[in-house]
Design a protein around this ligand. Sequence first.
Ligand SMILES: [Zn+2]
Length: 254
Amino acid sequence: MALYRTEAIVLGYRNLGEADKILTLFSPDKGKIHAVARGVRRPRNPLLGGSQLFSYSNFLIMEGRNLDNISQCEIKESFYKIRQKLEPMSYGLYFAELLRASTPMEDKNRELFRFFLKTMYVLQDWQNLEILSRIYEIKLMAIQGFKPEIQNCVECGERVQNKVFFSASMGGVLCSSCFQRDKHSVTIAPETLIVLKNMLIGTYEELMGIQVKDHVLKELENISKHFISYHIDRKLKTTEFIKDVNRLKINRGL
Ligand SMILES: [Zn+2]
């Protein structure tokens, strides 16, 4: 059976048998794959470090009839700072879940890999993780081929101004004459549209530290939620977890 080398990030795992784990890996060469880490739930196993959530490693993998097996791994970046605290950890889980849900198996996409890796780096130190989530969501959807049209009305093609609506199913903004084409369209304020545009075109470096007003952030969350649930046909488990973590933060006065 063939051996192959690839770098990959651990997106998730589930336990298998007494001591093994099936890892969901995301690789630039292979896309999303499953591979077994044998004995990894025992202490001092050589695959232990590389099997941690979000770990980024070089893997040597043996192709199997049903499941591939990891024979070696060498950590490039452990991203322990994400796992250390509840808040970045919960967002990391959400980002990984959104990636898993929007990516078919073994669909190679180097741009998507670079983007996700970059997101893991910035997640370690980003201050406002709600804002980072909105940036991540819109950029992820754009890379996955669902970039929303935010300049011209998706129905008549006119440049939108003043009263603007957003339609998840039509993939972008609608003008005030056309908004009834989608009865689920929601209003979007001009200032929210500007922030959304900046989020789409700006790099993480350019966007790090941006200030977003609360009502704009709320509106973005609403639009994003509609847009994601239209394109991803499953309920995401981690969104509730993030809500719980944020409630905990408020209760503790953090
Ligand atoms: Zn129109």
